[in-house]
Each structure stands twice: as structure tokens, then as C-alpha cells.
Write a protein that binds this ligand. Structure first.
Ligand code: SF4
Length: 469
């Protein structure tokens, strides 16, 4: 795992060489490959198939609550801006209708071991609206008493009453954004949140019994420099969250027109972004955190750190997770469900979402059915990104294939990574990602993404990905 010593010797030319545009691999195949030919019928068929599996997997439930009272200029999410709580209340009714369409297909013995609310801002719902959602969910799905329950909140609008409701329903993980404490950066992204607000909110969460607090930071925001970010690092270390997500800002104004409020000339260069990331890795690893890789840090005794050490860490749309092998059922506009051989995404349009539900139709808009090759490549990509190692013997055990023959075309493409110190190990037995490779793991994973090199036969535009660093 990356530490301050190894980072001190990083050659910035190598960083430049591998800073390119590429997927984040929350899924494989990635979303641009999904099509509208996969719809409600395919989803229903796959749900039925999961019940017939020899040992049906436990469930993860995700509720997408897309509302925010105001839009931040840098936002990259599917957000519906509204100040109205009638809108959010009505949406809870729609979620119940969607659950009514999905729940009867799932065998009642399959319990929920993970429940996550994301957004948007889930706590833009009022406390009674959240309460209603939890009651409705637990009436339709058996939620295990020890299920991991997590939520994304916004410190600026979350009240003590919200937190009491969350604790009452067993929520034990809470996550919120800081991004950067610099007043100039906050001003430029239209999101003001003081150090004092954040400190008090974290203390309140701890007092009310949340076991795990996650803070999100963002690298690459306007006016951000390694020097200006140093104060944010000091304050975050003092506040002491259990996990830190440090996302790279995806500036994609062609896809998200409201990002045009950000002047591209104020964005840090890729060298500066690397300097920010390097100082974050140095400061956090010197202060009791482990760099899990990609965009996450967690405390040394935190379960993510332990899972990575044991080679059992997983990644899904909710980020890194220790709950392996679940089927993920997602509810709400634009939400993504993930079954062993299927991804489906709901419509992003609220009106259409409601119309489909009123017609008793699953509101699925597009998706992809995975071939065996997709599943094999997904396995390799997730091993690289989560556990920083692909063990060829384990590959053989899992897939009944020899790694070096299956990937005979890809193997020579690993040589430059080995020469540049991104991967190491005996390449006839394993691929081990080095400390430097952890930072540049997306380009390594891209080696196994067959869609990136495939000649497109469809008429779709080539996807625009964010920078890998
Ligand atoms: S709070 Fe988050 S989801 Fe809402 S607008 Fe701001 S960045 Fe987007």
C-alpha cells in the first residue's frame, strides 16, 4: 500500500504518461455500453433466475433520492433541484410503488444485508418522510438485524431530528461532503460549509452512536492548489473520520451544462492535481489512515482496510464494500441495479418514472446482459482495483481457465506497466499493483477492458470519460 516513503520517489513523467481519460469501473461493462434493448422484461427474467440459483445471494437495497434544495456548480450527479417537500413526499410513494413491483419476484427467505440511501441529498426528505420510507422498505423486504445501513447526508441541511430517525432505524454509517475548506474554492463551486459546522456535526453523529463517519473530499476543484489544500488536510485529520473518499473532479461541461459556471482556467493542472493527491496520501498515511487505493482511505483497524488485507474487498455503485456477493436492487430515478449477469438503470426522468409505475411497469430504461467474457473481465478489473492483485491460481479456480492463455493478447500490454513500476511480481503467476500503481490503477484496469479497443459497429458517439488522475 502506498506510503510517504514510496511516494517521495515518484517520477512525475510516469504520472503524466498515464494521465488519460478512462472509466472509473463502478461497473464492467461500463455504462456507455448499455443499451435500451435491455428493459423491464429482461430485468424480471434475471430476478427470477437469481431465486433459482443454488444458494441465492443476500440482497443489497439502494434508494436514490435525487433532490437537493440548490445546485452546486461542480455537481456531477442526476439532481432534481426543488425546495418543495411535497415533491419529496410524493417521491416516497413512488418508491413504494416500485418496491411493490420488485419485491414479489424475490424469494422471501433472501434477507437484506446492506441498505444504502444516496442522492442528491437524502436528508432533503423530512424526518417523517425518511421514517415512512424505512417502514415501507421493511414491510416489503426482510432486513437482517445486523444489516449495514448507510446514508449520504448534507451537513448544511441535516437536523438532529433527521439523525435521531436514522439511528432509530439502525443506521450506523453516515457519509457527507466537505470537498475543500478553502473559502475561495467553496465560493467558486457554490457550496459554503464551515469547519465549525463540520466539526460539530461529526461530534453529534458520534454522540448519537454512528459507528462510522465518512467524509468526501474532491481533488481538482477550481482555485485548488497543494498549498491551499494543506489546511483542509489538517482539519480533516483533526476531525478524524473513519473513512475518507477523495474523488477526482470530473469536469465535463459538454455533458453537464451547469458546470459551465466554472471557469476552466481556474482548474488545477494535472501536475498540480497529482501534487494535491500526493500530499493527501502523505498526510493521511502518516496519521493513521491506509490508502485503500483509487479514491479511498480508511483507518488501520477499519473493516475496509481489513478486507483489503484479506483480499475480500469489493466495489459497487455505492463504492468500496465488504459485503461481497449480494444482488443489488436499486430504486428511484436513474438508479442502477446489479445482478450476477445484468446491470439495469431506471429512467432519469421523474415524470416518465411515475408514468411507468402507474402502468405497473418496471421503470427500467437501459442495461446490459453480461456474457461470460464480461464476467471474467469484470472479476479481473475488480481484483485489480480492490485487492491490488490478480492471483492466477485463484483465477483458474474461479473460472476454470488459464490466465495467461485467456489473456494472451493483453499480457504483453502489461510490460510497460512493469517497466514503469506500476505492477510487479512474477507475471506468470500473478499481477501485483505497486504503490504507484494504486494511484494509476485505472489505466492498468483498462488493459482488460475489451470495449475500449473494440471497433464500434453502432452509431453511438464515443464515450467521454473523466481523467484518470
Ligand atoms: S449537494 Fe451534492 S448532489 Fe446536491 S447539488 Fe451539491 S454536489 Fe450535487
Amino acid at each position: 500500500m502506498a506510503n510517504a516513503h514510496t511516494l517521495a520517489h515518484i517520477n512525475t513523467d510516469v504520472i503524466r504518461k498515464y494521465t488519460l481519460r478512462g472509466p472509473r469501473y463502478t461497473s464492467y461493462p461500463t455504462a456507455p455500453e448499455w443499451t435500451e434493448s435491455v428493459g423491464p422484461e429482461t430485468y424480471a427474467r434475471h430476478i427470477a433466475e437469481t431465486n433459482r440459483a443454488e444458494s441465492p445471494a443476500p440482497l443489497s437495497l439502494y434508494f436514490h433520492l435525487p433532490f437537493c434544495p440548490k445546485r452546486c456548480y461542480y455537481c456531477g450527479c442526476n439532481v432534481i433541484v426543488t425546495p418543495l417537500h411535497e415533491v419529496t413526499g410524493h417521491y416516497v410513494d413512488l418508491l413504494s410503488m416500485e418496491m411493490d413491483l420488485v419485491a414479489p419476484h424475490i424469494h422471501p427467505d433472501r434477507s437484506v444485508i446492506q441498505l444504502h440511501l444516496g442522492g442528491g441529498t437524502p436528508t432533503h426528505l423530512t424526518p417523517p418522510q425518511l421514517q415512512k420510507l424505512f417502514v415501507e422498505a421493511s414491510q416489503r423486504f426482510p432486513i437482517a438485524p445486523d444489516a449495514e445501513r448507510s446514508i449520504e447526508v448534507d451537513v448544511r441541511i441535516t437536523t438532529e431530528e433527521h439523525l435521531h430517525v436514522l439511528r432509530e432505524f439502525g443506521f450506523n454509517r453516515i457519509s457527507f461532503g466537505v470537498q475543500d475548506f478553502s473559502p475561495q474554492v467553496q465560493e467558486s463551486i457554490g457550496r459554503i460549509q464551515t469547519i465549525e459546522q463540520t466539526t460539530n456535526f461529526t461530534s453529534l453523529c458520534r454522540r448519537l452512536g454512528f459507528d462510522s463517519v465518512n467524509i468526501d473530499l474532491v481533488c481538482g476543484l477550481p482555485h485548488q492548489t497543494a498549498r491551499s489544500f494543506d489546511n483542509t488536510l489538517t482539519e480533516i485529520i483533526r476531525i478524524g473520520p473513519d473513512r475518507i473518499a477523495f474523488y477526482t473532479y470530473a469536469y465535463l461541461p459538454s455533458k453537464m451544462p451547469y458546470q459551465r459556471r466554472i471557469d476552466p482556467n481556474t482548474l488545477p493542472s494535472s501536475d498540480e492535481r497529482f501534487a494535491i493527491l500526493r500530499s493527501a496520501i502523505e498526510r493521511f498515511t502518516q496519521n493513521g489512515y491506509v490508502y485503500i487505493g483509487l479514491d479511498h482511505f480508511s483507518k488501520e483497524n477499519e473493516e475496509l482496510t481489513i478486507a483489503q488485507r484479506q483480499g475480500t474487498l469489493q466495489r459497487n455503485f455505492m463504492g468500496f464494500t465488504t459485503r461481497a456477493g449480494t444482488d443489488l436492487y436499486a430504486f428511484g430515478v436513474s438508479s442502477i441495479s446489479s445482478l450476477p449477469s445484468l446491470y439495469v438503470q431506471n429512467t432519469k426522468n421523474l415524470k416518465q418514472y411515475e408514468q411507468l409505475l402507474r402502468r405497473q411497469t418496471l421503470p427500467v430504461e437501459r442495461g446490459i446482459e453480461l456474457t461470460t467474457d464480461d464476467r471474467i473481465r469484470r472479476w479481473v478489473i475488480m481484483e485489480l482495483m480492490c485487492n491490488l492483485r490478480v492471483d492466477f491460481a485463484r483465477f483458474r479456480q474461479t473460472w476454470n481457465e488459464e490466465f495467461s492463455s485467456y489473456f494472451k493478447e493483453e499480457m504483453p500490454r502489461l510490460d510497460p506497466f512493469a517497466q514503469d513500476g506500476l505492477v510487479e511480481g512474477d507475471l506468470s503467476k500473478e499481477i501485483r499493483v505497486t504503490a504507484l500503481g494504486q494511484i494509476l490503477v485505472r489505466p492498468i484496469a483498462m488493459t482488460f477492458d475489451t470495449y475500449l479497443t473494440r471497433t464500434r459497429t453502432d452509431t453511438k458517439e464515443r464515450p467521454t470519460y473523466s481523467q484518470t488522475l
